[in-house]
Design a protein. Sequence first.
Length: 192
Amino acid sequence: MITISDAAQAHFVTLLADQPEGTHIRVFVISPGTATAECGVSYCPPDAVEADDMELEFNGFNAMVDEKSAPFLEDASIDFVTDQLGSQLTLKAPNAKMRKVASDAPLHERIDYVIQSEINPQLASHGGNIMLVEVTEEGTAVLQFGGGCNGCSMVDVTLKDGIETQLLEKFPGELTGVKDVTEHQHGDHSYQ
């Protein structure tokens, strides 16, 4: 479920040495399964352990995960990185905003999962996002751009060279193309 690097495990052991006996760490997701999901790590003293917590054993400490957060921490990783700017813990949880879907789930769900877990985090750095509107009978994914993408002059490049390439690679033989729902629509919603 959660991978913690050797460096991060050693860091947690050092931090926990200064805490009361029996203190663990807690890995959690606030607002799991939503666009505003946030992951975190905190101390978990013995009196904060819940009956339905999942307990993961690591080298010298245990990590507690609450039942609600668990499915959204699938494939999560924690590392302790040191570079010229200093040291920091990094927590990556690709499924925090959307629960991982099964490989045999309907195409619409699998495409939406890739959009939420892989594509939107990339677009977020530019203030943008996309939403899957539909998958046509011909196998075309119809997307709606939002945020900073709306009206951006690079939308066509992002759509064809980035998003379409990535989705066609993920769904060969199932997906035939990708188009923007606003293609050929003019109005107040974009810069024309």
